[in-house]
Design a binder for this molecule. Structure first.
Ligand code: HEM
Ligand SMILES: Nc1nc2c(c(=O)[nH]1)N[C@H]1C(S)=C(S)[C@@H](COP(=O)(O)O)O[C@H]1N2
Ligand SMILES: [Mo]
Length: 338
């Protein structure tokens, strides 16, 4: 294989790694494991391509250090790109085979996603500085046979990483999403987590109101009024940071606040402005208590959404507004933007 073809493949493979990684986040606890395998294979193709890429890199270094010092623009981008790809690869593998460090300021998975996102941005910048032109022959039968060969090696590597992860972790501790169970299952041990930089607002329970809008009319609920219900739901909070915890959440089924038999979706909005839209076919619960205590302020007091089967970023905290209509739930950014 030529260096140019390795470059072309990397140009596809790095963004595709990120895309499959994101798909795992979006699928919740649905059919996520085939995507996890695909993500591993696509990402580890990068490792398989290292021999060819290292020739490209060596040639470039040689040219820049040779007598003519042909130093091209974009050297910093290239170096940074190399660093972020290695970071994403290492943290990906460490996460799968490794442990969850509950106490660390950043989880391995957060470093992983940070590295992965940066790697895609830098790949685009890098490719603009070093254009590679695809040729007809790149789509030849021979190229596809070669790609199949490379992918089989990547599949073996993925199987190895997954198998060592499975051997190392206690059974049941890892979900198909790749997340690890928190070592302490107590409510007090749940990390207070934000998607980006949201901070717990000051909400006075006695003056807090939940505004529910449906069919052109709206009604405010006080906490005391919601407390007439004690609906229970055992559900797993699975954060994209790479951890999960199973708890019994107590509060009111969201459907109780809507006309009986309502269909469609609800947009659930936080006092901070953070919001998600979800289908009423989900077992949505507005939780005011968990595991025998009230919800703590950092975890969404006085009321936070519980969405069984979906990843943590849907579990809106500090809920103040619920708007019900027939808009499809998927007409929103697949991941929160704030
Ligand atoms: C930017 C978005 C990304 C997200 C959301 C993401 C997400 C994930 C997740 C959830 C896992 C765990 C899979 C499991 O436990 O089975 C994982 C593993 C992994 N990721 Fe990523 N990833 C991203 C980007 C990347 C990139 C850009 C690379 C490399 C170029 C990469 C390389 C890896 C590797 C090597 C593993 C271990 C795979 C295995 O052997 O099974 N990831 N990633
Ligand atoms: N208002 C608001 N709700 C939010 C978030 C946020 O940033 N703002 N983060 C979500 C994410 S990513 C997760 S994993 C859970 C974390 O809940 P916890 O703090 O109880 O662990 O809250 C979700 N709800
Ligand atoms: Mo999260």
């Amino acid at each position: 294989m030529r260096g140019r073809q390795a470059n072309l493949l990397l140009l596809v493979v790095v963004p595709l790694s990120a895309a499959t990684g994101f798909l795992m986040f979006v699928l919740g606890s649905g059919p996520v494991w085939p995507v996890a395998i695909l993500h591993g294979v696509v990402a580890l193709l990068v490792v398989v391509l290292v021999p060819w890429k290292s020739m490209v890199v060596r040639r470039a270094l040689h040219r820049s250090m040779g007598p003519r010092h042909e130093r091209r623009a974009g050297v910093c981008t290239s170096a940074l790109l190399g660093f972020t790809v290695v970071l994403a690869l290492l943290t990906g593998v460490v996460h799968v085979v490794g442990l969850l460090f509950d106490e660390a300021p950043l989880t391995t998975m957060q470093l992983h996603v940070g590295g992965g996102v940066l790697a895609v941005v830098l790949t685009v910048a890098h490719a603009r500085q070093r254009r590679v032109r695809p040729r007809r022959a790149d789509l030849s039968r021979r190229s596809f046979v070669r790609l199949a060969g490379l992918a089989s090696v990547a599949t073996v590597l993925t199987a190895g990483v997954q198998a060592s992860g499975a051997l190392k972790a206690r059974r049941g501790i890892r979900r198909a999403t790749g997340s690890f169970q928190l070592t302490d299952s107590a409510v007090a041990a749940i990390p207070a987590t934000s998607w980006f930089f949201d901070q717990a607002p000051e909400l006075e329970p006695s003056s807090w109101r939940l505004t529910v809008t449906t069919g052109g009319s709206s009604r405010d609920w006080s906490l005391a009024e919601l407390d007439q219900w004690r609906d229970r739901q055992v559900a797993v909070l699975d954060c994209t940071g790479g951890w999960w915890t199973e708890q019994e959440w107590v509060g009111v089924r969201l459907s109780r606040l809507l006309p009986p038999g309502s269909t469609g979706t609800v947009e659930v909005t936080s006092a901070t402005g953070y919001s998600r839209r979800l289908p009423l076919t989900d077992q949505l619960l507005l939780a005011t208590a968990v595991g025998g205590t009230g919800i703590f302020r950092a975890h969404g007091a006085p009321a936070r959404l519980v969405v069984p089967g979906r990843r943590g970023y849907h579990w809106v905290k500090w809920v103040v507004r619920i708007s019900h209509d027939e808009r499809p739930w998927w007409v929103q950014p697949p991941l929160p933007l704030r």
